[in-house]
Design a binder for this molecule. Structure first.
Ligand code: 1GP
Length: 249
C-alpha cells in the first residue's frame, strides 16, 4: 500500500482527515518528540513536515526524530524548496505552484529534485498547490514571488484545480499560507471539492476546530493545522481538531 493510499484510507474512514504541520523553523528540537507523540495520541492522521523559509539546519535530524518516535503515522514532507528532501519520510508532496506563473515553482525545481527523490525511494504525491489571497502577505507569497488567487473568485480556483486534475496530479492543496490572516473561504473549498475528482487539501490560518470542521464539511479530504498548535502547547486542542474534522466519526 502506498502512503497516498493510506492517506486516502484515513479520509475514507473518518470522512475527512487531520494533517498536523510541523515546521522545523518553529518547533524546538527539544519539544519535537513530545509534540509528535501528542499528534499520534490525539487523532492526527498524518504529519506534514517542512517550511516555506527554512532557516533551521536541523531538517534531517528532526525528521528522523519524528519517524523514530512515531514510525506508524504517515510522515509527509511539505517542502519549501529542494533542500527539504529526506529518505526518512514516507512521501513528499511534489508541489507545483499552479496559482502562480513562476516557472521555477511550476517545473524548474522539480527537475532538480526528481532524481534525488527517485534515488531515495521516496514516494512523490503530485500536488497542484494553489495559494489563495489571505489579506496579509504570507511567507509563501513573499518567497515564491507569486500572486495568490483572489479569494472572492472561486471560479478561478475551480479552473486551476481542474487543470491540475487533467494534468494527472493526485490532489490539490488550497492554502492561504501559514499564519494567514484570512483562511481559504468555505465556499471556495466547496466549489473546488465538488467540481473535481481528486482530493482537496485545505489549510492556512485555521485556528479553531469549528473553522476546520467547516472546511471538512465543505468537502476537503484533508485539513492542515500548524500555527495554532505551535502557539498552544495543548494536546487536547489536537484532539478537538481531530474530532471536529472527523466528520463521520
Ligand atoms: C500552511 O496550510 C499550512 O501552508 C498550515 O497553515 O500554520 O496557518 O495552520 P497554519
Amino acid at each position: 500500500m502506498t502512503t497516498f493510499d493510506r492517506l486516502l484510507a484515513s479520509r475514507d474512514q473518518h470522512g475527512s482527515a487531520l494533517w498536523v504541520l510541523l515546521d522545523p523553523d518553529r518547533i524546538d528540537k527539544a519539544d519535537l518528540a513530545r509534540t509528535t507523540e501528542a499528534c499520534v495520541e490525539n487523532g492526527a492522521d498524518a504529519i506534514l513536515f517542512g517550511g516555506s523559509f527554512l532557516i533551521s539546519t536541523n531538517f534531517e535530524s528532526m525528521i528522523r526524530e519524528v519517524k523514530r518516535v512515531a514510525p506508524e503515522i504517515p510522515l509527509v514532507i511539505f517542502p519549501g524548496d529542494t533542500n527539504q528532501i529526506s529518505s526518512a519520510a514516507d512521501a513528499i508532496l511534489f508541489l507545483s505552484m499552479i496559482s502562480g506563473r513562476n516557472p521555477e515553482l511550476l517545473i524548474g525545481q522539480h527537475a532538480k529534485a526528481a532524481p534525488t527523490i527517485k534515488a531515495m525511494g521516496l514516494e512523490p504525491i503530485a500536488t497542484g498547490y494553489i495559494l489563495v489571497e489571505s489579506r496579509t502577505q504570507t511567507t509563501v507569497e513573499y518567497v515564491s514571488n507569486t500572486k495568490p488567487l483572489p479569494r472572492a473568485k472561486p471560479d478561478i480556483a475551480m479552473a486551476h484545480a481542474l487543470a491540475a486534475e487533467y494534468l494527472g496530479m493526485s490532489c490539490v492543496y488550497l492554502d492561504a499560507g501559514s499564519g494567514a490572516g484570512a483562511m481559504v473561504p468555505v465556499d471556495m473549498v466547496k466549489a473546488v471539492s465538488s467540481y473535481i475528482n481528486i482530493p482537496v487539501i485545505a489549510g492556512g490560518g485555521i485556528r479553531t476546530p469549528e473553522d476546520a470542521a467547516d472546511r471538512a464539511e465543505a468537502g476537503a479530504s484533508f485539513v492542515v493545522v500548524g500555527s495554532v498548535l505551535e502557539e498552544n502547547d495543548d494536546p487536547a486542542l489536537i484532539r478537538s481538531f481531530a474530532e471536529a474534522i472527523h466528520t463521520t466519526a
